[in-house]
Design a protein around this ligand. Structure first.
Ligand SMILES: [Zn+2]
Length: 142
């Protein structure tokens, strides 16, 4: 399957998932440095689309992670994808679960021998390799 088709499918899955959870996603082309935002209380996220399309699934999934996990009204932004703040780490965990689940749902077949296609197509940072391997295995054996 062509990579961009998978990306479109995963984005559609994330948008449908958000709808089911009454989370509104607004896609906006902002200056390239501007971060995507999650307004927790309002269940509202803004995604900066000014980036390669392959980066959108992780961005969307990450901000969804904030809304799903947090209950206060702080505004989160993915200024850094490092795990200095525990909320960033847990948002990334949720993001990886959502991305991998939807990715595998969209794949006709998936060869567990390598998670490299998932990592590359969904633009997942190399530091998440071990997590991606674990989550992929969980998804495929359930
Ligand atoms: Zn974040």
């Amino acid at each position: 399957m062509v990579a961009t088709m998978i990306i479109d499918d995963v984005i559609n899955d994330l948008v449908a998932f958000a709808k089911r959870h009454h989370i509104i996603i607004k896609f906006l082309k902002m200056p390239s440095g501007m971060r995507s935002l999650a307004f927790i209380k309002q269940k509202f996220i803004i995604i900066n689309t000014n980036c390669p399309e392959s980066q959108l699934p992780f961005k969307i999934a990450h901000e969804l992670g904030h809304v799903l996990l947090e209950s206060d009204d702080r505004i989160f932004h993915s200024k850094s994808m490092d795990n200095r703040f525990s909320s960033e780490g847990t948002a990334n965990d949720v993001a990886l679960h959502l991305l991998i689940k939807f990715y595998l749902d969209e794949c006709e077949e998936y060869n567990l021998n390598s998670v490299q296609p998932i990592m590359e197509q969904l633009h997942i940072a190399p530091k998440f390799l071990a997590k991606v391997q674990r989550i992929t295995k969980e998804c495929l054996t359930h």
